[in-house]
Ligand binder design. Structure first.
Ligand code: HEC
Ligand code: HEC
Length: 341
């Protein structure tokens, strides 16, 4: 009897303890509310601190195809260009790397970055007057900026480059998209390019890295460039976007001199960028065939496209060096089109 009572009492105590524990847990769950003020703070903080992916830091953790894409755009000449061991792999035709223009492996704002780029395709393009895919856009740079030939759409290399761009484009906050897209704009000068002024800027701000003759400096292993060439046989061809003075001026304003200028803190004035852009584009470079077929709707051709035909009677010289405001005014008056490049 004694033992029975003891057992009952112990069971009762055990039961009470379990009950109390459950009650405490429930009360805790009921009372817990995330404080609204802290969660808003974390949200604001996380957009302020948002940065594109740190490519080099993640190199060992990224998927294989993404990593291959990175190597192709960073080491283009060695991986898919004139310095490739396998002649079948020589798709690009000059010594440039994609990342020589799309800085920090395509993550630098103000250099036509690829952060968010895959979300913008397919898109309409005036140069072909049709909807183009991201593969078409990449091949635009392959045939012009890289003076090479197209990568087939289904080849491993094309898939890898697209995979890399998609990887860069994941998780970009909506409000950051515009910051990373395209170039900074310039106020287009009223005057034409002055090559003497351009040369003076070049001598002061560019010659140190790109050299007196614009041929840059090769990497120590000779494959690709440490300081890329700005004209001559190993540079972008005359059908490239960088060969348009306004586009080149925008790139230069936001990125050059390298290490000193950035999109939110440029070094050169708009005028200086404009004149030096004209200067580097005044020299010989490879020729792109069939550019007369670009822009089937000629009205959509950027005003600083240096090759004809055009939907206006301004001379070729003026399309190359300006002054551009009269051409811009003409398209506005004649066709109601507002042009900014
Ligand atoms: C000589 C400089 C140069 C090189 C080298 C270059 N590009 Fe470009 N790229 C440009 C210019 C200029 C634009 C157009 C930028 C603009 O008008 O806003 C562009 C645009 C692009 C775009 C579209 C960006 C967007 O926001 O719509 C992609 C994608 C691209 N390039 C991929 C590549 C790839 C891949 C390579 C290497 C195979 C490459 N580029 C090499 C100059 C270059
Ligand atoms: C401190 C060295 C340095 C200076 C000074 C400099 N650049 Fe560059 N430039 C570079 C490097 C490096 C790249 C390639 C960037 C990369 O691969 O990350 C580059 C890329 C370029 C490109 C695109 C790639 C190509 O070859 O077409 C242009 C155009 C350019 N620079 C023009 C200029 C102009 C114009 C100036 C003077 C206003 C200038 N740079 C001053 C180092 C420099």
């Amino acid at each position: 009897m004694e033992t029975f009572h003891l057992l009952v009492r112990r069971l009762f105590t055990l039961f009470l303890t379990i009950f109390a524990l459950i009650a405490v847990i429930f009360a805790g769950l009921l009372m817990y509310k995330p404080s609204p003020s802290t969660s808003v703070e974390t949200l604001v903080e996380s957009t302020e601190e948002w940065r594109p992916k740190d490519v080099l830091a993640e190199l060992e953790n990224m998927p294989e195809d993404v990593k291959y894409g990175y190597e192709l755009i960073a080491e283009s000449s060695r991986m898919m260009g004139p310095d490739a061991e396998d002649p079948g792999m020589r798709f690009t035709g000059n010594g440039l790397a994609c990342a020589n223009c799309h800085l920090q492996a395509g993550t630098q704002a103000g250099s036509g970055s690829w952060v968010g780029v895959t979300d913008r395709f397919p898109q309409f393009r005036g140069r072909s007057n049709q909807i183009g895919t991201i593969q078409d856009r990449i091949n635009g740079c392959m045939e012009r900026s890289m003076n090479g030939r197209k990568l087939p759409d289904d080849i491993k290399e094309m898939n890898a480059i697209v995979a890399y761009m998609k990887w860069l484009s994941t998780g970009v906050p909506e409000e950051k998209v515009d910051e990373y897209k395209g170039y900074v704009s310039i106020e287009i000068p009223e005057t034409a390019v002055d090559l003497e002024k351009g040369k003076a800027v070049y001598t002061k701000e560019c010659v140190l890295c790109h050299g007196e003759n614009g041929q840059g400096v090769r990497k120590p292993d000779g494959k690709g460039y440490q300081y890329p060439p700005l004209w001559g046989a190993d540079s972008y061809n005359d059908g490239a976007g960088m060969h348009r003075v306004i586009t080149a001026a925008e790139f230069i304003k936001g990125n050059m001199p390298f290490g000193q200028a950035s999109w939110d803190n440029p070094k050169l004035s708009d005028e200086e960028a404009f004149h030096v852009a004209g200067y580097i584009n005044s020299f010989e470079r490879p020729h792109k065939e069939n550019t007369e077929k670009d822009y089937p709707d000629l009205k959509l051709k950027p005003v600083s496209t240096p090759y004809g035909p055009w939907a206006d009677d301004f001379p070729a010289e003026q399309h190359k060096y300006g002054p551009f405001p009269p051409i811009i005014a003409y398209y506005k008056a004649q066709y109601g089109i507002t042009k900014n490049k």
